[in-house]
Unconditional design. Structure first.
Length: 393
């Protein structure tokens, strides 16, 4: 199973629909479930497994070739594991195992005969400040037609068959397989077109393979870049952060897009077959229909289409550990480093907000309009420090 999960003019859908012709019957509405949007636009739904009543949190991830559950949760639920396999992610390769024949329940919709990968998701829980119990990917999506409404935060589920689509929007014929791909045009120093993964589990806008950048000469040597870090399946990895002048998805155009560049040591992107991935910081700007049976994705721009990107660079990362928000990996010579912030500091509050909500804090440190004022605890001493994020533009 391949998993690409990472951290990091308004259009309105018409009520008029067009119909995609197919000969094996009409799809039917099965039900809906609400979702919560996490940092970077990542989508999380709540459900249960088998006969257990405890609620579980799952990330919706088109970058996942299967479906998975956290190892500690699997142990507490008595899952019986079978063969060990290797799972690839941005941070590297990890051993995992399987547990077969389980049933997922999402707001009254039950999907049986699912084979779960078992994986340690403690890092993801620390990133988002919410317990992440698993990831829902291809094994679930391929059984249905899925609507993701990023205006109402609702996932609607339909059976396979003849389906209706909003008249406005655009179809993309994909090489769906387990992970969808379709061609993207990017422009900066040069213009190039290449297949990209469609990865709803990635909490960023765009990620590029470093070899692809080099071979295409998409950036000049003088292009402004900043060292940062991303976390995901497999662990943590240093990357470069910059911007793309132009990103074209069919007829949809985005400019000055925050973009990560990484050395793909483990072949996660699979260059030269793919040049990178498109993440949920762009995908959340559309209402999305996934139809794996027809190898189709339909995108309709929503009220978030023109939301501004965040360009602030602070140079440090945060994780939740127990009740605390901890500073991690402060980049040398970054604004955070110059302020005196150090790895291991406990964040008590940012800009007068003492909620301990890591997702609110991440938004604050990406804003370039005003200084970031922190209250941190170090060796049981409270310290005040401040810095102004610099723009990556």
């Amino acid at each position: 199973m391949r998993m690409l999960l990472l951290y990091l003019t308004t259009f309105w859908a018409s009520s008029v629909f067009c119909q995609l012709k197919k000969d094996d019957g009409t799809s039917s509405y099965l039900g809906s479930t609400p979702f919560q949007t996490l940092s970077g636009g990542v989508v999380m739904v709540t459900g249960t497994l088998d006969g257990w009543r405890d609620s579980l949190h799952f990330i919706l991830d088109t970058g996942s070739g299967g479906i998975s559950i956290d190892s500690s949760k699997a142990s507490s639920m008595g899952f019986i594991s079978s063969e060990s396999i290797r799972l690839s992610g941005i941070g590297g390769l990890k051993e995992t195992s399987m547990s077969n024949q389980h049933t997922l329940h999402l707001n009254g919709i039950s999907t049986s005969n699912l084979n779960f990968h078992i994986y340690d998701y403690r890092l993801l829980s620390s990133i988002y400040g919410v317990e992440i119990d698993g990831v829902i990917g291809y094994a679930f999506f391929s059984r249905y037609i899925i609507h993701l409404d990023h205006e109402k935060n609702i996932m609607s589920i339909f059976s396979k068959g003849l389906h209706t689509y909003p008249k406005k929007g655009r179809f993309f014929q994909t090489g769906l397989g387990a992970v969808p791909t379709f061609p993207i045009v990017i422009s900066d120093n040069t213009t190039t077109k290449h297949p990209f993964y469609f990865d709803s589990g990635a909490g960023l806008a765009v990620l590029l393979n470093a070899d692809y950048c080099s071979d295409s000469s998409i950036f000049t040597n003088q292009k402004k870049r900043f060292t940062t870090r991303a976390e995901g399946v497999g662990g943590k990895k240093r990357m470069q952060l910059t911007t793309l002048k132009k990103f074209t998805l069919g007829s949809f155009v985005f400019r000055d897009v925050p973009t990560y560049i990484f050395n793909d040591e483990f072949g996660v992107i699979g260059y030269p077959a793919q040049g990178g991935l498109l993440g949920n910081e762009i995908l959340r700007r559309f209402n999305i229909i996934l139809n794996y049976q027809e190898d189709l994705i339909h995108l309709t721009p929503n009220i978030h289409y023109n939301d501004p990107f965040e360009y602030g660079y602070s140079g440090f990362s945060m994780l939740v550990e127990g009740e605390d928000v901890l500073v991690e990996d402060v980049i040398t010579d970054s604004p955070a480093h110059s302020s005196g912030l150090r790895s291991g500091d406990i964040i008590v509050g940012i800009n007068g907000d003492f909620s301990g909500n890591i997702q609110i804090y991440r938004t604050m440190i990406q804003e370039t309009e005003k200084p970031v004022k922190l209250l941190v605890k170090r060796n049981n001493e409270l310290l005040e420090m401040s810095f102004r994020p610099i723009s990556i533009l």
